[in-house]
Structures are given as structure tokens and as C-alpha cells.
Design a protein around this ligand. Structure first.
Ligand code: FMN
Length: 170
């Protein structure tokens, strides 16, 4: 599968089969994160792989009861191990870096036939408690990973001419 096909066809998955995810597939998804670019190549990230049912259920609760998170065989929780660096452009490096790694994981998962759903709606403090995440570490995102148990959803996107301009901001 070429990259553009994955980008075009992927959609968020909110229902998962109980089928386990093969270890080699999980490894490949994590490799996609490992190989992602980061500001100054700092790689200040840690990815927590959660498979225990009880823990996944707690994560779902911390994510305001999004129960499908607890039903997926795996949840990957993406953390930033440093969160003070501000890039010259004014943006914090950690949200950008960890988000790129998550995007790469999500696309890699799709190529392997696996569904994901970026989860940004969760209580960080509660998530950190559940996973023993130290105080100074930030949790940026999480995603369930598993075989989809629902058809792909229709893409609804703005048109290119709504979001692109040339030479100057219009
Ligand atoms: C930063 C971010 C946070 C998101 N948080 C959630 C979430 O907490 N729960 C959820 O079901 N979907 C969440 N999503 C998924 C979006 O709703 C979804 O990507 C968007 O509607 C486009 O649909 P698609 O992913 O199927 O193309 C999030 C996506 C992003 C990028």
C-alpha cells in the first residue's frame, strides 16, 4: 500500500474485534514511532503498550467513558519525556514530536489492517495515575489498536481551495 492510499482510506475505528494483534504487527507499529522525526532528533518520548483488560477499562474511564478504548486488544499511550523545550517558532516541541509519532503509528497500523482512533479527550492526571507515569512526564495522546469491527466511515473534509492559498495568506 502506498502512503497516499493509507492517508485517503484510513478512518477512525470505534469498534474492535476481540482478536489479538500479532506481536510482529505491534512491533512494526512501534517501529514507525521510533523512526519518526522529532525536533533536533530529541526523541523525548515513551510509548506505553497496554494489554491488561482491567487497565484498558480504567483508561476508557479516564477518557470520559469512551468504552471502545477498553474493548480493543491493545491501547498505546504516547508520552513526552520532556515538555519544556519551546521551538524558535514558539511552539512546544513535545506536542508536535509525539503527535508526528502517533500519526506515523496510525498510518502503519492501517497498512497492517488494524484500526486505531486518536484519543485526545482524556483526563491526563487520572491516566498518569493508572499507568504510574511520573509527575514531569506528559501524556499527549492514546490510541486503541485492533482489528476493526465496523465499516470504514465516510471522510468529511474541507476542499483544497478552502484550506490552501498561494504566496500570501488569504
Ligand atoms: C487531536 C485529536 C484528538 C481526537 N480525540 C478523539 C477522542 O477523544 N475520541 C474520538 O472518538 N475521536 C477522537 N479523535 C478522532 C477525530 O474525531 C477524527 O480523526 C476526525 O473526526 C476525522 O475522522 P477520521 O479519523 O475518521 O478521518 C481525535 C482526533 C485528533 C486528531
Amino acid at each position: 500500500m502506498d502512503v497516499f492510499s493509507a492517508i485517503r482510506q484510513r478512518s477512525s475505528v470505534r469498534a474492535y474485534k476481540a482478536t489479538d494483534v500479532e506481536e510482529d504487527k505491534l512491533k512494526k507499529i512501534l517501529e514507525a514511532a521510533r523512526l519518526s522525526p522529532s525536533a533536533s532528533n530529541r526523541q523525548e518520548w515513551k510509548f506505553i503498550v497496554v494489554k491488561k483488560k482491567e487497565t484498558k477499562k480504567k483508561l476508557a474511564k479516564a477518557a470520559f467513558g469512551q468504552s471502545f478504548i477498553g474493548e480493543a486488544p491493545i491501547v498505546i499511550v504516547a508520552c513526552a519525556t520532556e515538555s519544556k523545550s519551546i521551538m524558535a517558532c514558539g511552539q512546544p516541541a513535545y506536542t508536535v514530536d509525539v503527535s508526528i509519532a502517533c500519526a506515523f503509528m496510525i498510518l502503519q497500523a492501517y497498512e497492517l489492517g488494524l484500526g486505531t482512533c486518536w484519543i485526545g479527550s482524556f483526563k491526563e492526571d487520572e491516566t498518569k495515575k493508572i499507568l504510574d507515569v511520573p509527575e514531569h512526564i506528559r501524556v499527549v495522546a492514546m490510541t486503541p489498536v485492533g482489528y476493526p469491527n465496523e465499516p470504514p466511515s465516510e471522510k468529511s473534509r474541507k476542499s483544497l481551495n478552502q484550506i490552501v492559498c498561494y504566496e500570501k495568506y488569504e
